[in-house]
Design a protein around this ligand. Sequence first.
Ligand SMILES: CC(C)(COP(=O)(O)OP(=O)(O)OC[C@H]1O[C@@H](n2cnc3c(N)ncnc32)[C@H](O)[C@@H]1OP(=O)(O)O)[C@@H](O)C(=O)NCCC(=O)NCCS
Length: 161
Amino acid sequence: MIAPKLRKATLADSAQLLAWHNDPHSLAMSKTKQPVNDWCHEQWLRTVLDDPGCHLFILEDDMRTEAWQKVKIRPVGTGRLQIIRAGTVELSYSVGSTYRGGGYGAKLVGLLCEQAVKLGYQEILAEVHTANTASLCVLLRHGFMLPDSQFLRAVKSLTEA
Ligand SMILES: CC(C)(COP(=O)(O)OP(=O)(O)OC[C@H]1O[C@@H](n2cnc3c(N)ncnc32)[C@H](O)[C@@H]1OP(=O)(O)O)[C@@H](O)C(=O)NCCC(=O)NCCS
């Protein structure tokens, strides 16, 4: 059994990345909350792959879905490191819905942190929805601090009755 590994994403991963992006739980936990269409996704992916400040990965594992099947390498999740200022990258990640709760999220974030060190970054940050318990668990397990956790942003709409 080979341990889960990261590889660089390519254009051939486009359909899988789109499916992961448009997964309802991932959208609910995202800032935009909007699904994207094939065309916009393809443009986004081309831009990301051409951007030297962006590192997009696929997490793969070898597995068989049935005992009698051959072991096959399958994509289980994705992670991205995006430079936001000199020495600092922002992390984003997701695990395919069928693979969640099996430890892949923790593994993925650990491997992404290792990649960030290899690439020479000194700081890594992630933005996470306060309701995203699984993601918060993963980040805390890997030593991420929540420096603003004493202060929550309160907001009130002034246009709704
Ligand atoms: C966040 C995400 C990547 C976690 O992946 P995962 O493979 O399910 O995570 P793991 O199985 O490694 O579990 C990690 C921790 O979360 C906990 N956890 C997993 N699913 C959970 C859930 N639904 N509710 C509460 N805790 C949960 C696990 O018990 C584990 O806790 P531990 O570290 O104390 O043992 C996955 O849920 C996901 O893809 N979510 C949608 C996209 C997303 O939210 N991305 C992150 C944006 S910041």
